[in-house]
Each structure stands twice: as C-alpha cells, then as structure tokens.
Ligand binder design. Structure first.
Ligand code: M6R
Length: 366
C-alpha cells in the first residue's frame, strides 16, 4: 500500500500530481463559466447575499484557510476571517444568516471543527464543509460540501490533503467572485489555466528532490530554524514550519518577513538557518531586503523562488527555483519542497515519519 515508498508520507507527497488532477477534474472549464461546482447547494442568488466569510479549521487545514482568505478577499472582495476552531467556538463569533462559514477538515471528524460547524449552524449561518472523507460527520452535518478527492491520507503529517484543500478553496473563490461579478473574465481564465498546469509542475518539482534532501540533512543538525515570507509566502511558510516541527522535532517559527525587525531578528545569529520564500512578484523586493537583514546577522539562507522572481532571490546564498505560476496559486507549488524538507529532516534524524510522537491522525477529543 506504500506503493514502493519507504513511508506513507513520501507516497502521499508523490500522490499529489494525481490528487491535484482528481480534485480539479470536472471543476474547470476551457471557457465561461470557467469554474463549475454543480454540487453546491448555495445558488448564485444566495451567494450574492453573502456579506462575510469565516474559515474555521485546525492545524494544517487552518493553514489552507489562510490561503483561502487571501484568494476570496482578492477575487470576491468579501471580508474573510480565519480562526482555529478551538478559539472560534468559544469567542461568540458574529454570525448572521448572511455569513458563510467554511469549515476545512481532512477527516471531517475533528472535535473542535465539528463544534464550530454546529455553533455556526445554530446561528443560521450557511456552512460549507471542505473535507476529504465522504460520509464524515462534517460532510453529513454541513449545508454544503466540497470534497477534496485526495484519496486516503494515512501519514499523521498532512500533505496531499492540504494541497487539495488549497485547490478546492481556489475553485470556490473563483466561482464566488464570478457570481458576484467582482472578477474580470480574463483574470478567471488566467487562474484556471494556471490551475491546469499545476499537476505537471508539481511532478517536475518531485523529480528534482535531491537538492532539498541535501539541505534537509544539513538542517537536521540544527535545533532552531526560521521560515520567512510575505502574503501567500507567509501562509505557506506557516504550513512548512508546522510540518517540520511535527515530524523532525526541530523547533521552527514562520515569520511574516516584515515583522522580523519587531523582535525576532534578535534570535538570528551566525549560522541560523532561514528558509526564505520569495514567490510573489509584487513583494519580492521587500522580502529580498529582509533576506539581506538576516544575512547581515550571519543567517544561512535557503531561498525558494519561482522562475519569475528568481533574479531577486539570488541574494540568498542558495536558491531553489520552482516553476512560475499565478501569484495567488504559489502555495500549491512552494509547499512541495517544504513537505520534502520536513520529510528528509525526519528521516535524517531517524524518527518514525508516519507516526510522530504524541500525535494522532484524527483529533476527536477536545
Ligand atoms: O482532519 P483535520 O483536517 O480536521 O485535521 C486537522 C489537524 O489535526 C491536522 O491538519 C494536523 O494539524 C496535521 N497532523 C498536520 O500535519
């Protein structure tokens, strides 16, 4: 069942090109309406009445929500809040019938996420579940469901569930924006074309994993590491940091690159590893100046850039180049090397990759 891979996690990382295809299949069109989500019960009239969106989830699914927020706000101009479910459920969120609550859960069984779902429904909000498990509690109790079609995810560390959650959130965000008339057709078309290219792009990243592996072996010697980035890169950095902590037990922090000088820069010393994500053309110069700041304090920087932001990232000592995609979609490519980094660091340290200490695959207790 591991299909010849040493661990489920590595298999699931390699499942991603196919999982991307399965999740996008039947949902993207070559022309108007570009994105097609026939399973949605929320019809255009109701979608146009939505006034705000809450995305609620735990762990990795929460990190997918951080990306979803940026996509929905950018394309449909609706205010979006993202919360971890264990906070949301107790903070008396401001819910109205015109609030759309999106719960994201691979398993569809996470206790806090289900409690948030129930709380939202009790207040008359419309709840859309994004889940990987048909027949799960979230799928049954929500008003609407979009499945992620990642296939079973066995490894405790979530990989293909995260990326397929991203794709589902992107398609929903594009659909919502088109229905609300807040996005130009050309913009949808360019995002849809970029989505269609992702499976092959991910496959090509996976073919060139050696550089990541050697970097992972290097960081396996360290106890602390930073991930930095802005915008979409900050969201992807948070997921990369969780993955690394979860299975390699290396302490890491994801920082919004511009926030470093407000405190964390004090922790950078000679040799501190910093993974810098630089995939956003609009923000690239700003992040490059943060890279210079940490390098001036002795950090050893590993840059991750896309082909269209490459020259900028050359500032970093070492750089991994990823295929260029639509700037809103970059987490769907940039997280792949971060997953591999965590995986190979865990292997280098000799840990049980698929079953990290103290953790369960599905957190069904509060
Ligand atoms: O099944 P869920 O998506 O609701 O699970 C949420 C988190 O427990 C999960 O994503 C967790 O953070 C992963 N182990 C991270 O890799």
């Amino acid at each position: 069942e591991k299909a010849g891979f040493e661990h489920f996690m590595l298999k699931e990382i390699h499942d991603q090109p196919q999982a991307y295809r399965d999740t996008l299949s039947g949902r993207l069109m070559g022309s108007y309406p570009w994105v097609y989500l026939p399973e949605l019960k929320l019809k255009p009239k109701r979608l146009r009445q939505i006034r705000n969106v809450h995305i609620v989830a735990c762990g990795t699914a929460y990190h997918a929500g951080l990306v979803g927020k940026q996509a929905i706000e950018r394309w449909s101009r609706l205010p979006v809040e993202v919360d971890v479910a264990s906070e949301y459920r107790y903070r008396q969120p401001l819910l109205t019938p015109d609030t759309l609550v999106i719960v994201v859960s691979q398993s569809g069984e996470t206790a806090d996420t289900l409690a948030a779902l129930r709380e939202a429904r009790r207040h008359g909000a419309h709840v859309l579940a994004i889940t990987n498990v048909v027949g799960s509690t979230a799928a049954r109790e929500a008003d609407d469901v979009l499945f992620t079609w990642a296939g079973p995810e066995i490894s405790v560390a979530s990989t293909k569930a995260y990326t397929t959650q991203l794709l589902t959130l992107y398609t929903f965000a594009l659909h919502l924006a088109r229905v609300r008339g807040t996005i130009a057709d050309a913009e949808i078309a360019s995002a849809v074309q970029a989505l269609n290219r992702l499976p092959d792009q991910v496959a090509s990243i996976l073919e060139n994993a050696e550089e990541i592996r050697s970097y992972a072996e290097e960081i396996a010697q360290h106890e602390h590491l930073f991930f930095i980035g802005r915008g979409m890169d900050y969201a992807a950095a948070q997921e990369g940091s969780l993955k690394l902590k979860e299975i390699s037990y290396i302490h890491s922090e994801a920082y919004a690159a511009g926030e470093l000088k407000h405190g964390t820069l004090a922790l950078i010393e000679e040799g501190t590893p910093v993974v810098a994500l630089v995939t956003q053309p609009e923000l690239y110069e700003k992040t490059v100046s943060n890279i210079r700041e940490v390098m001036a304090r002795g950090a050893s920087v590993f840059g991750i850039a896309c082909e269209n932001t490459a020259n900028l990232a050359e500032q970093a000592g070492r750089m991994l180049l990823l295929p260029a995609t639509h700037p809103m979609l970059t987490p769907a490519v940039s997280v792949i090397p971060l997953q591999l980094l965590a995986y190979y660091a865990s292997v280098a340290r000799g840990y049980d990759v698929d079953k990290p200490r103290n953790l369960a695959k599905s957190v069904t207790v509060e």
